[in-house]
Design a protein around this ligand. Structure first.
Ligand code: PMP
Length: 309
């Protein structure tokens, strides 16, 4: 089990409180109906600067703020306030290592009935220490899940809705219990959506291909980052299009990406070896570049890094 090491304080009901005191009621709407939205944001420790740099903080807060409209969530804090709360939580934690921030905008009233109108909302946020979350070194062995990705018209996949992570959980547990590292989840129409909680890219004939926003995916901030880095820094053509399951078996490289997953190469899908079974050259280049960028080592992308201290 992954141990969670929280910061001393969390943000809860409008103030900073000791983490152990940030507790909701069993009657909370979001707990009962899954009516919350969250973000997962990483901060990377830069040793030379002895600072924690939060990666693409405004983009994460922009995503959650926009998606609040879908669930009719209004919180008193502005997007700028939420950014400041994230920075402040890292400061108060004193952590000088990799961190993960989890702001949640949720229906906080204790009220009965599945609905998103006339239910009050709140913001809470916590910080934990976090290093590598899944293996990013040797390549993952993944399986196509028997579970289908929920459709944007059922539970909006473009939003990080707490309730929608039942879908992710079923897929990742199925994969783990069958001896795989991760799952690739298909849409109802049988085309590829993404991983359980990460986007997927494949390399085919020198092009980088990923599934489009219309494929019931979460439009990952890491996905956007990888597309930009591939185009700008590696000069690789990036294509957003549907991917068929069998293309996964015959392509040259596959990797996952996401805030938690970072850039995680895949070495087999359904026991079919991808490429030569080693981490592919494009995956490796993008992975190396990604880690330089998130650690604030590439001047051109330094504006993506928010220092905490
Ligand atoms: N898809 C899903 C379902 C996810 O949960 C995540 C993780 N947030 C991603 C993709 C990757 O998104 P991001 O790069 O913004 O973390």
């Amino acid at each position: 089990m992954r141990k969670m090491e929280p910061g001393r304080e969390a943000y809860f009901e409008g103030k900073y409180v000791p983490s152990a005191e940030a507790k909701i009621s069993i009657m909370t709407h979001a707990f009962n109906y899954g009516t919350g939205l969250f973000e997962g944001i990483r901060g990377y420790y830069n040793k030379e600067e002895n600072n924690v740099l939060i990666f693409r903080l405004p983009e994460h807060i922009d995503r959650i703020s926009r998606n609040c409209k879908i669930l009719n969530i209004q919180v008193p804090e502005t997007p700028k306030d939420i950014e400041a709360i994230c920075v402040e939580l890292v400061k108060r934690s004193g952590f000088r290592e990799g961190v993960y921030l989890r702001p949640i905008c949720y229906k906080s009233d204790c009220s009965l009935g599945p609905k998103v109108h006339d239910v009050g909302s709140s913001l809470c946020c916590y910080v934990i220490k976090l290093g590598d979350y899944i293996n990013i070194e040797t390549g993952l062995d993944v399986a196509v899940a028997s579970w289908r990705r929920l459709s944007d018209n059922a539970i909006p996949s473009r939003a990080k809705t707490t309730g929608s992570y039942v879908n992710s959980s079923l897929a990742s547990t199925e994969a783990a219990q069958a001896g795989f590292d991760e799952a690739i989840v298909l849409r109802e129409n049988g085309s590829v959506a993404e991983g359980s909680a990460m986007n997927v890219f494949m390399v085919l004939n020198g092009k980088l291909i990923t599934t489009p926003p219309s494929a019931d995916i979460l439009i990952g901030i890491t996905r956007n980052t990888i597309m930009e880095l591939a185009r700008e820094e590696l000069g690789i053509e990036v294509v957003e299009r549907d991917i068929a399951r069998t293309e996964l078996y015959v392509c040259d490289e596959i990797f996952f990406c996401g805030t938690g997953a970072q850039v995680a190469p895949v070495r087999s899908v359904d026991r079919r070896v991808i490429g030569d079974g080693k981490v592919g050259p494009i995956s490796k280049k993008l992975q190396d570049l990604y880690f330089d960028v998130v650690q604030g080592k590439v001047k051109k992308y330094r504006h993506w890094c928010t220092p905490c201290y």
